[in-house]
Design a protein around this ligand. Structure first.
Ligand code: ATP
Length: 393
């Protein structure tokens, strides 16, 4: 099979094809997507049998671009045109001495060796450049046709249990299914996910949270028992779409990984183990802890100011999470308008009215804000009149 024509059709990639300083292979998800006929993302991964950073330097020179090199084994990124980039990696072999740990890496002597270290047959296809010939030693094309996620060998999940997460992600994104043997091997290795470092678990979960339908992938992982092995609960169906919808509706623009974390129930300290930043971990844990109380207080609130006070006594994620868990009409005005209510007066105005620096300044401002939230003050003049009255008391 030859993909030459398809490659030339990829506008952003064509300059790279013309500028290649030597033989290289297109690898990874882009090849899979090209073969599936879905528009590939702009992630072009090249593998070269040899010195990738030197190859990248020369490619960048020809494209009048620039390179950045990574600490990772022999990889570099070439940036060209405006914003386009291509990653170049040294073809490599990987051997695993301990399951769940990172592999020992060495340069490969052929692209076939490099393909043999990959996760699934559909991701182990290369396209030789510039001619476009397809290298498919593991029947990846056949499995694409049969919509199968299939490991390359029996020890695949033992070597790297993160592949269980990846399998669930590809199954749901591509509408594929693990073949029965791969599924059995995955099931056998599920307990091994407990041996992964927290940071690796986090990265796999974040990749899932970034998918169009994260809950489908998590439901699949739940069916395999990955939630139990991790000692967490993946959250009720519908929670993530609801968090996304509310975050967009109220322009909170929280990143998807953050919304995903909110949907997971984890024992105290687990987010720390996953190396989630302290600030986010605290906020997410607080949201889970405080949700019932905030719901109760907002339901009982008699005025808008009561709602705002209840919200302000919780962490930053609690109101969003509370609204996502179940409808709470009394909380909606908080996001619609109350959170934007600001006084026009400040401490300087109070000073001009004769109230010098003292704890009373804070009290007066708080009382003014309460009245403004409750709709009693609608202009600067109203605020000034109320401030005079309060200062005189
Ligand atoms: P995406 O998953 O975003 O569609 P992708 O298939 O390119 O894109 P990446 O996570 O960027 O996925 O990985 C690039 C390629 O590297 C994969 O296609 C696969 O061949 C290989 N790979 C990535 N992670 C692993 C892993 N844990 N084990 C083996 N091979 C892997």
């Amino acid at each position: 099979m030859n993909l030459g024509r398809e490659l030339v059709g990829l506008e952003r990639f064509e300059p790279v094809l013309d500028a290649l300083p030597g033989p290289a292979y297109l690898v990874g998800g882009t090849v899979r997507d090209l073969l599936l006929g879905t528009p590939p993302r702009f992630d072009f991964d090249l593998a070269v049998v040899g010195d990738a950073p030197a190859f990248a330097e020369e490619l960048a020179r020809r494209l009048t671009g620039r390179t950045t090199t990574h600490g990772r084994f022999g990889t570099a990124t070439v940036h060209y045109a405006d914003g386009a980039h291509v990653d170049v990696a040294t073809a490599r072999t990987e051997t695993y001495s301990a399951g769940g740990a990172l592999p020992d890496v060495a340069p490969a002597t052929s692209i076939e060796e490099d393909l043999a270290r990959r996760d699934f047959t559909v991701n182990a296809i290369a396209v030789s450049l510039p001619d476009g010939d397809v290298v498919d030693p593991h029947q990846g094309i056949e499995h694409l046709r049969d919509r199968l996620v299939r490991v390359l060998h029996e020890r695949s999940f033992v070597d790297d249990p993160t592949r269980i997460f990846r399998a669930a992600r590809y199954e749901t994104r591509l509408g594929f299914r693990m073949d029965p043997k791969t599924e059995t091997l995955a099931l056998i290795s599920v307990p091994d996910v407990a041996r992964l470092s927290g940071a690796r678990v986090r990265e796999e979960l974040y990749a899932i949270f970034g998918e169009a339908d994260p809950e489908a992938a998590l439901a699949r992982l739940r069916a395999l028992g990955v939630d139990d092995a991790l000692g967490v609960e993946f959250g009720p169906p519908g929670l993530q779409p609801r968090l996304r919808e509310l975050s967009a509706r109220y322009r909170l623009s929280e990143p998807l990984w953050h919304l995903g974390l909110l949907s997971i129930r984890a024992p105290a300290g687990r987010l720390d183990e996953w190396k989630v930043s302290r600030r986010i971990a605290e906020s997410v844990e607080a949201a889970h802890r405080e949700e019932p109380l905030l719901r109760e207080r907002v339901t009982a609130a008699r005025t808008p100011a009561d709602v705002v006070r209840a919200v302000e006594e919780t962490g930053p994620d609690t109101p969003l999470y509370t609204l996502a868990v179940a409808d709470l009409p009394a909380l909606e005005p908080y996001f619609d308008r109350l959170r934007d209510v600001r006084l026009e007066l400040d401490g300087d105005d109070l000073a001009a009215l004769g109230l010098g620096e003292s704890p009373r300044v804070g009290e007066v401002l708080e009382e003014l804000r309460r009245r403004k939230l409750n709709g009693e003050l609608t202009s600067r003049a109203d605020e000034l009149a109320a401030a005079r009255e309060l200062i005189a008391e």
